[in-house]
Ligand binder design. Structure first.
Ligand SMILES: *[C@@H]1O[C@H](CO)[C@@H](O)[C@H](O)[C@H]1NC(C)=O
Ligand SMILES: *[C@@H]1O[C@H](CO)[C@@H](O)[C@H](O)[C@H]1NC(C)=O
Ligand SMILES: *[C@@H]1O[C@H](CO)[C@@H](O)[C@H](O)[C@H]1NC(C)=O
Length: 272
């Protein structure tokens, strides 16, 4: 049969779609992350930063105790020049710069990034008066469409003091397509092929061959024969003893009864 020309083009189409999906999602759009200066310029840290590109240009805000913190990725947090993270206290006009994006470090794994901004304003009395430092732990959370910043802790005890933040975002999650297993793809392709075969075959039989009724089903003779053979095979393999002929008691007895009933019903229809 000539039905095969339709279904053959379907897998090509599916693979083209899948490939273009992978390619599209892999591209980083713009390059706002270039504004971050790395303390130690390296290709691997640049790659980590480019993964954060979708989060650039947003003021992330969180409130903790009497302080408000604002974080921006490779941009002026709350409009404060050079600041990546700032701390504001209610009633105090000037914010404190916690970290600057001209002193960035970035480390990352498959679904998380640890971003460090150093060179913040120096402490007055603790931490050997060194510059403040902000650590932002950015993780994948598929439910977090709108990323939310959380303050975890401010460490003033250790020699290397830090402010630790957490940011969950769906933007950092690995591409969904890579999570579909090969088995699923094969099943999807199988269903598509079957659908294309049925629809294509049906149209061919109806429009080209001009078939009617059951004959419109593609390769009907083959499938009927196939079904019969399968049934025979099952019968042969699964049945434990030969089928007994069931004597037909009812056949002879019921027929006259039916006729009697018919006559009775007919009687009612006649005018009295
Ligand atoms: C917040 O500020 C108020 C008034 O200035 C003060 O009484 C309170 O202890 C502060 N809370 C914290 C957690 O620092
Ligand atoms: C961040 O906040 C500051 C101060 O409110 C504002 O000037 C700036 O436009 C904001 N930036 C973005 C990208 O929303
Ligand atoms: C970052 O900027 C600050 C303030 O403009 C400056 O003092 C500091 O030296 C700069 N650091 C680096 C590593 O460029």
């Amino acid at each position: 049969m000539k039905v095969s020309c339709g279904p053959n083009s379907v897998p090509v189409l599916i693979w083209t779609l899948a490939a273009s999906l992978v390619l599209c999602s892999g591209q980083a759009a713009t390059e706002n992350n270039k504004k971050c200066l790395l303390l130690f310029e390296s290709l691997s840290e640049r790659k980590v930063l480019s993964r954060l590109e979708p989060l650039t240009g947003i003021n992330f805000t969180t409130v903790d105790k009497n302080y408000t913190y604002v974080f921006q990725l490779c941009g002026d947090a709350d409009g404060v020049k050079g600041a990546g993270v700032i701390q504001k206290k209610t009633g105090v006009k000037d914010p404190t710069i916690v970290g600057r994006y001209n002193s960035t470090k970035a480390y990352g794994g498959s679904d998380w990034v640890m971003l460090i901004y150093e060179n913040g304003e120096g402490y007055d009395s603790h931490c050997s008066n060194v510059g403040r430092r902000a650590i932002v732990m950015i993780s994948c959370d598929r439910k977090a469409d709108k990323a939310q910043l959380t303050m975890i802790e401010e460490d003033l005890v250790r020699k290397e003091c830090y402010y630790l933040f957490e940011l969950d975002s769906s933007k950092l999650c690995p591409v969904v397509l890579s999570h579909i297993s090969t088995g699923t793809i094969i099943i999807i392709i199988g269903i598509c092929l079957l659908a294309a075969y049925l629809i294509g075959g049906f149209l061919y039989q109806r429009l080209v061959v001009g078939a009617k009724g059951m004959e419109q089903f593609p390769n009907i003779a083959f499938w009927q024969e196939f079904g019969n053979l399968t049934a025979d095979g099952c019968d042969f393999v699964c049945r434990s003893r030969p089928r007994e002929e069931v004597p037909t008691y009812r056949g002879g007895a019921t027929e006259p009864l039916d006729e009697e009933e018919q006559e009775e019903r007919d009687d009612h229809l006649l005018p009295m």
